[in-house]
Design a protein around this ligand. Structure first.
Ligand code: ZN
Length: 146
C-alpha cells in the first residue's frame, strides 16, 4: 500500500516511461493505459471489487476518480464503517488487485473479482481476529460480518 501510495508500483505506463518496449495497456482489461489510478481504482476488474467491498460495508457504491478520492474515502467518519475498517479493506483490496495483475501477467491466470473479494474477506477476518484484543479492533468483526 505504501508503494502504491507513493506511486512507485511498476505499472506498465511507468515501465514504458523507463524505456521498456512493452504495451502500456492494462494487464487486466487491455483497454486503458495501466496507471496506478486505472489499475487499482477504475479498471472494470477493480471497480467490481470496490463495489463488493462497499456493499459489504453497506456504503453507497462510489467510483474513485483519483488516488486522493480513495484517501478521502478512507478517512470519512461513518459510524458503521469506521476509518480503521475502511483502511484495512483498502489496503487488502489494493494488495489483491496488484496480486491478480501480477498473477495474470506472470502465470497467465487470475481469479474472478468475486473470488478475489472472497480472499479479501478472509484476509480482513484474519487481520481482525489476530488483533481482537486491541481496543480499536474489538468491534470491527461485528461491523464486517453483519
Ligand atoms: Zn484495466
Amino acid at each position: 500500500m505504501w508503494v502504491a501510495h507513493l506511486n512507485r508500483l511498476p505499472t506498465r505506463v511507468r515501465l514504458v516511461s523507463w524505456g521498456l518496449n512493452i504495451p502500456s495497456s492494462c494487464c487486466l482489461c487491455s483497454v486503458m493505459e495501466e496507471t496506478r489510478e486505472h489499475l487499482l481504482l477504475r479498471c472494470v476488474f477493480s471497480a467490481q471489487i470496490w463495489h463488493l467491498v462497499q456493499s459489504k460495508l453497506r456504503l453507497s457504491p462510489c467510483i474513485f476518480i483519483s488516488w486522493t478520492s480513495l484517501l478521502v474515502w478512507m478517512k470519512l467518519k461513518i459510524e458503521f464503517a469506521p476509518p480503521i475498517l475502511r483502511k484495512l479493506v483498502s489496503h487488502a483490496t489494493v494488495y489483491h488487485v496488484w496480486k491478480q495483475r501480477n498473477n495474470l501477467l506472470h502465470n497467465g491466470s487470475s481469479l474472478s473479482p468475486l473470488a478475489t473479494f472472497k480472499e479479501i474477506d478472509r484476509e480482513i477476518r484474519n487481520t481482525i481476529t489476530a488483533r481482537r484484543n486491541r481496543k480499536a479492533f474489538r468491534s470491527l468483526m461485528l461491523l464486517w460480518i453483519r
